[in-house]
Every structure is written in C-alpha cells, then in structure tokens.
Design a protein. Sequence first.
Lengths: 155, 323
Amino acid sequence: MKKNISFILNGELTEVEIEPHLTLLQVLRDKLEMMGTKEGCGMGECGACTVLINGKAINSCILPAMEVDGKSVTTIEGLIDIHGNLHPIQKAFIEYGAIQCGFCTPGMVLSAKALLDEKPNPSEEEIRDSIAGNLCRCTGYLQIIQAIKAASGLL
Amino acid sequence: MKKFDYLKPKTLEETLTLLNKYGEKAKLIAGGTDVIVMIKQKKMSPEVLISLQDVPGLDRIEFNESLKIGPMVTHRTIEKSKIIRRQFSALSDAVDVLGSVQIRNVATIGGNICTAAPSADTASPLLALEAHVRLKSLREERTLPLDQFFTGPGETALERDEILTEILIPKPLPHTGSAYWKHQRRQALDLPILGVAVLLSLDKSTVTCSDILCTASPISTILHSLEGDEVVCKEVRIALGVAAPTPMRATKAENLLRGKKISDELLEEVAEMAAKESQPRDTIRGEAWYRRDMIRVLVKRVAMRCIERVLRPEEMIFPTRLW
C-alpha cells in the first residue's frame, strides 16, 4: 500500500514512493539520502531535525511525510547557492564559532533562516525565541545568538 | 514506528464517512505533534490515520458577534492574531509559551483540546473565555460548553464518529481583561506545573490612581490604592490547568468575587477558595500541596494582570512581569 508524494525539495520537483507511516525525516534520510537533517530525540523536543516547509520551521521527525505532498521543503542542503557558496547565516556560524560538534547546526541554521526571512532585524529576545526549540548539547548558545545577530545585518 | 495507512480526505463529509467506516481502527490527526509522538511511544496504535489537513474551512479565524476559531488553526496563527491578543489575551498568553516555534507552526488548537491533557495550555484560557465547541457527525451536530467537553485525563465527550469543527468564544463585556500564567521550570518547551487563567470584567476602564500600576509596588499596595475608586467586578472566570483530572473552572471562587468591589482582602479570599476547590495530585512536576500554594499566589496575581489590561490596554498588551 505504498503511496506517491511529490513536493519541491530545495527547489527541485521530487517524486517519491513511500509507505504512508513514514515521517518526513525518514523519507529525507532513508529514501532521498539527504543526510544533512539529523535525528536527535525523535519526539519533537530537540529540533535537530528542523526543516522548512513553505518557509516555516517544523520538526521533521514527527511530521508524516504524506503531509508535504504539494509543498515546498528546504533542508540544510538547499541553503548553498548555485555557485556553491554558503548562505550568509552559515558563514556567520563559522565566523563566530557557533559550531562545536555540529549536530544541532543544520536545525539551528534553518530556524535562524525562518526567523530572518520573516523578520530581517529581530531583537535578541526574538532570536532566543526562534531557537528555543533547538537544543545544543555543547551549550554554545551565546555564539549561536551572536552569529544570527551578525547574519541579520548581512541579509 | 508501527505501520499505519494515511488518508487525506478532501471534504468534511468524506472525513465523517471514513471515520464511520474505520471506527475504532482510525484516529484523526491534525498537526500530529501529539498523535505521532503517542504512536512512537506506543501509547496508541491506530491502523489508519485520517488527516484533517486538506479539509477546507477548518483553519479560519472569524470575528463578528463572537470569535470563531477553526480547529485546524495553528498556535502560531493565534500567536500572531492581533484581535486575539487584544480582546482574548489569555489565549495569546498561552500560545506564546506553548512548545517551540517548530511545534507552534504545526500544532493546532483543535488538537490541543482533543488530546485533552490536564496540562493543555489552551484549555484553561478557553475555559475562562467561556468557549463552546461544535461537534459534528453524520448523525447530528451539537454544541457543548467546553467544561462539559473534558471528561477525564485524555478523555473528551467526542463520540467515535464525531469531529470538532469549531471553537466559539463570546465577545467579552466592555472593560474586560484576561490573562494566563504558565507556571513552569524552564522558559520554553516545558509543560506547566500549573496553569492559571482569569477573566475579569470591571464596571469602569479608568481609575484616578492608574499610575500606581506602573510602579514596582507590592500587589497589596496597588490594590489598596484602587479601593478608593470603587472598582466593581461585573464578571469573573477562573480556570486552572493541572489542578484536577481535567482543566477546571473554580466556580466557588468566582462566586465570591462576582458583583463585588475589588479589594486586596477579597482577592485573597478568592484565591484561597480556588486553592480549596482544586484537586491537584502529586506528580513528577510538582506535589499537590505546592500546586495549592501556588494557586493561592497566582490567582491573585493573574487577576491583577487582568485589571492592568483593562486600565492600560495599550501599554500592557505584552507585560513581562507578574509583580
């Protein structure tokens, strides 16, 4: 009883046959081999699996893949531009040392992108709120907040 | 995760027909932030999930004589609704502190109500706002006051073949303020130890001493200075989350205050009564005695925030302090 879904993945129309109980995270990693999106808790608490759907940050580990049919999905792989350059938020993360082990980074960057696309000049409180659902076990939050602030000036 | 089929009906009629067909084997899914987690935790194992995502008309907010919120409206949409923030502030307070942005972008108010956790953040504000719910099946359509909807932890008055189709909130009286306070250990992504929602309607929206509300004075000092103005409470509703097996109204406490002049002593009594009529239990997040103590403290403070919202609607739409 497999089903077909089609959606825009990082700008490209993608069609895939899936078992209907799979989460978006499982489809991204196991079917489409897009390994940038991470699984942390698997319960919607840690935000490592954050991707953007129609520009909004969501936890892909608890989203049924069937729900992205007809929608647009952006993963960390989609942030690089056509010339292979990193996105300004990614550059800021590197510059400010906002990456330690790197496991939370794709989710952090995407939460930051969702925020800055909607609000190009957020307050620190808004930055903190936007990443409240992204846990960093290395606890390097200050650098992450600084990086997002710096990136907000560049976009 | 256990396998299931996933159906996406395109109309309400089709949804109700599927619900009838699959009965016990099916589970409705809205945002899925509870349902998928519960399936992963093996707390439920439906053979079929019926998604409401493609059913038109369930994701609207309308405001005419009353406020109508579709069950598929996300918490994020409510968070951004100016009408709700201004006139139904308790609900805004609740969605501001519910989950994370990622959860609020997906999770719906209908889902929060139908999961019926005693800790559901939107439940006590909706009770204080005297919300009604409209339920529909192929057999009938009925409307219930929300306090009759919650029947136990995780249990509701929904029949197997019924769907929540609308949440209705009456327009508040003039000079009304409402507020919700989530008592929690962390500032985000936590469940409440206690949720306190209060709605107060006053007989006036100005007092001679309103400046005192901006001071850092103790709450009793502020209340004493209000007493000269004879501020009368025309309507009051107090609702508590995690204070009983279901979200509850503290009606005895409300009766003490309704129609009376607001004073420090009276609010003390009201908060005391709310603590008495609550039935909290010991849980991992807090013990019953502690919850009762906090009800005593917070009912009064949340009531003060309501008064502040009536008297200073512009400045205090986003207050950050609770005295």
